[in-house]
Design a protein around this ligand. Structure first.
Ligand SMILES: [Zn+2]
Ligand SMILES: [Zn+2]
Length: 177
């Protein structure tokens, strides 16, 4: 790709923006799955068990997770992203590179949506909607933990929230039970 060409930069930007949306959708689907996996056996599964416990602990005590360091909550997401890059050999591709970067950093970004103290550039990226806004994520914690599952930027919420609300309505009416 010749980046001296303006259209090439537009292509890169389109891929990075798409990757940032896909990454948020992945975090939302994984978050949704982990929130709903709360059987006694699931909590002790290797690799994901700790993350499942952390998500549920986070619902009960949202102030705890933001006090932890980067590796305490992001080891698994970084490992999974690096593994995916290694397996797919897609790390240099703009779209997938952005997806893997976003999913690797999602828990750190999530923590900044809860922290009261944050660097100005993080607040700026949140205000611009590139990182998860605290008020957007509050919609997950304020309700029944049934909406706003995206924890990278929340871009997937307008796609996923209506589908989940419809699924819940149909389930309540007994059409899916
Ligand atoms: Zn949750
Ligand atoms: Zn949270």
């Amino acid at each position: 790709m010749d980046l001296a060409d303006g259209t090439a930069w537009a292509g890169v930007l389109a891929q990075v923006a798409s990757g940032w949306l896909v990454a948020d959708l992945i975090t939302a689907l994984v978050h949704l799955t982990l929130d709903k996996l709360w059987g006694t056996r699931c909590q002790h599964w290797p690799f994901v068990g700790r993350i499942i416990r952390e998500f549920h602990e986070h619902h009960d005590s949202p102030e705890l997770m933001p006090t932890r360091g980067f590796w305490a909550s992001s080891t698994e997401t970084v490992a999974a992203s690096l593994l995916a890059v290694g397996l797919a050999f897609l790390g240099l591709h703009w779209l997938w590179g952005t997806v893997f970067l976003g999913t690797a950093l999602c828990q750190e970004v999530h923590k900044y949506a809860h922290r009261r103290q944050r660097p100005g550039w993080i607040t700026g990226l949140q205000a611009g909607g590139l990182l998860l806004r605290p008020q957007t994520h509050a919609g997950h914690h304020d309700g029944d933990f049934n909406r706003n599952f995206g924890i990278l930027n929340g871009w997937s919420n307008p796609l996923l929230n209506p589908a989940l609300a419809l699924g819940e309505r149909l389930f309540r009416r007994g059409k899916l039970s």
